[in-house]
Design a binder for this molecule. Sequence first.
Ligand code: GLU
Length: 418
Amino acid sequence: MSEEVNPFESLQSQIDGAAAHMDVGEDVLERLKHPERVLETNLTVEMDDGSLDRFRAFRSQFNGDRGPYKGGIRYHPDVTRDEVKALSGWMVYKCATVGIPYGGGKGGIVIDPDDYSEAELERITRAFAKELRPLIGEDRDIPAPDVNTGQREMNWIKDTYETLENTTAPGVVTGKAPDSGGSAGRVEATGRSTVIAAREAFDYLDTDLEGATVAVQGYGNAGWIAAKLIDEMGATVVAASDSSGGIYSDDGFDPVAAKDHKNETGSVVGFEGADEEITNEELLTLDVDLLIPAALENAIDEGIAGDVRADVISEAANGPITPAADEVLAGKDVLVIPDILANAGGVTVSYFEWVQNRQRFYWTEERVNEELEAIVVDAFDALIDTYEEHGLDTLRTAAYVVAIRRVVDAFEQGGSWP
Ligand code: GLU
């Protein structure tokens, strides 16, 4: 990850880039570029040995014009205030791009979860949930999983909130386990929208996904599911990586077996079904038809972009391409499906989960997947229309043009308040 690029500045430059093609006042534009509020807190938590440890944590509520703040909570040692602000802003424009009735938020704890026991992680999560309690709620702000968090953490947050509030409110978080009110299809949803969007892009370019070669950077929940689903669609996964390194096979490998190997050993590296080991940088510059960055921000910076040889990139991660790299890729006619569409399946199925929680009525996985498919395909078509109509350079700018318009309309329709 290139350290110089601040994700919050990337977000602001993406907004400016789209606003240049729109009629939005400078004053309104300022509002679109800054969070409404950011909680910064220090959690003091007892460790298993009886000592106390302190953890910095953040929750940014970027914009609530279109509905409750919505977005995940990540556990990572590199979490910063600006990163969380950026991620919360991306959530605003993601929800608007796919037309679901939410604003955007994001949270994070500065922690490497591998260094702590499950009991310690539970106490840390509950301490954060206690700090979040006055801010969150089914109609206020709804956290969800993100990097290094999942059903387990969401179940703890729900339980802490419900206990302190003396109520049942399963819709206060999404991404829960099914028996705690989670939705069918939620775990797969981010990877699923990433590949649906890629399929639509191939169709738009009039190229075949069947037999296309695919490289996946990052083999967490988003990356490995994307690899599995694209393989099922007939493409060939030739490369995958995680923070320890990557693997490559000219004629492809079984993405599920690679995940089993990672579950057993902690990494895809050493997987016997692949021919070679490669670095993350080598993976990003492979001559493949489709590249799926599914790790962290800034994976593809200006330097690497010049060497990228993929034809299509579908962003499963948030913010994996820097604004300068975006320009380089556009100049090389690489079609980039932006994160705020490609990975929007996660928050879209979170929305379905919340709807089911509010109605106490649960859907089949088939229904979840059908409704997700319809939303992603419609949103993709809307981006293509805007891209062509305005003659834009990138689908990212098209997505921001669509999304900013929706946020501005909601804000302006609300009128002013003294
Ligand atoms: N963390 C995911 C994202 O970045 C999901 C957010 C959600 O479901 O609210 O989109």
